[in-house]
Design a protein around this ligand. Sequence first.
Ligand SMILES: C[S@@+](CC[C@H](N)C(=O)[O-])C[C@H]1O[C@@H](n2cnc3c(N)ncnc32)[C@H](O)[C@@H]1O
Ligand SMILES: *[C@@H]1O[C@H](CO)[C@@H](O)[C@H](O)[C@H]1NC(C)=O
Ligand SMILES: *[C@@H]1O[C@H](CO)[C@@H](O)[C@H](O)[C@H]1NC(C)=O
Length: 287
Amino acid sequence: MKGLTRRLFLLAFPVLLLGIVFAPNPKLLLGDFVGRHVQIARNLAGIFFFFMVLTPETAHPQLAALQHVVQGMRAHTESLDSVSALDRAIDLVDDFGWNHGFLINVGDVKGKILDSAVQHRLDNGPGELKLAVELGTFVGYGTLRLVRMLNHTGAEIITVDPDIFAYTVSSSLYEQAQVRSRITMKTNYSYNVFAELKKQGRKIDFLFVDHVKKLYLPDLKLAVASGVLAKGCVVVGDNIRSPGAPDYKKYLLEGDGSKLFSTEVHRTHVEYWRLFPDEMTVSTYLG
Ligand SMILES: C[S@@+](CC[C@H](N)C(=O)[O-])C[C@H]1O[C@@H](n2cnc3c(N)ncnc32)[C@H](O)[C@@H]1O
Ligand SMILES: *[C@@H]1O[C@H](CO)[C@@H](O)[C@H](O)[C@H]1NC(C)=O
Ligand SMILES: *[C@@H]1O[C@H](CO)[C@@H](O)[C@H](O)[C@H]1NC(C)=O
């Protein structure tokens, strides 16, 4: 009997400890007074751990990139005019991607293909470029490139990302680049934004598809079916080869999409990583 009590006690101790560490509400388990102190101890341990050991920047490369931008902008003692602030913010993200870490934004090499696709739409019409949409915001780098190409026009730039972390990081990046007010952010899913545009009777003149690779094709078909693509809309797809959107590419080049779009494939490499080949598609919606 004595042995059993001892064993039960030995078992109860770690269970209680687990309860103290993991209980969602320690006050329920231990009463108000002790529970409150467990809460304080737990939060202090958390603050210590996340600030001193696992810093936010080590846990999230997006935050490390943002920190690099914030520090790099500050390093400039002379005040930046808005054009150089935007250029500098873009360069700092690229510097981070090449020299300090790795990111999954479009990057400077593929970014130039994106820029030329915007320029192509601006030069060849039809009509004004009134609405540009980016699917997948992440740190907001692609959006900055769109702003750089489109700021002087009246185009609205909408960027879409359901992730609240992307919202947080990209708003700060836009602020650093001094272009926050030029961008419409949608913390929502691509298909919901299409539905909203359809309801408003608006059409997209430039579409940058850079979100979940499996959604490229369904979302492109949805955009066509909902009538939110303007005739002449230029649609750029990133990461067509790595990680790859083979069904999307096939649809555009050989499938039904080849009758609706005229498509060029650009061979390039993965952002900030020359070893791995990648492709971008630039498609024009024939309407
Ligand atoms: C490759 S990143 C975008 C990079 C960005 N376009 C750039 O070049 O700077 C992909 C992003 O797509 C977002 N995403 C996931 N599902 C989405 C959806 N249904 N609609 C829009 N964005 C989505 C993810 O949260 C992620 O941040
Ligand atoms: C964007 O356009 C506004 C209004 O014309 C101008 O004040 C601002 O300097 C421009 N910013 C950039 C980065 O081109
Ligand atoms: C997402 O879009 C849908 C459809 O347009 C809308 O009903 C919903 O309120 C949006 N959610 C957010 C968080 O904006």
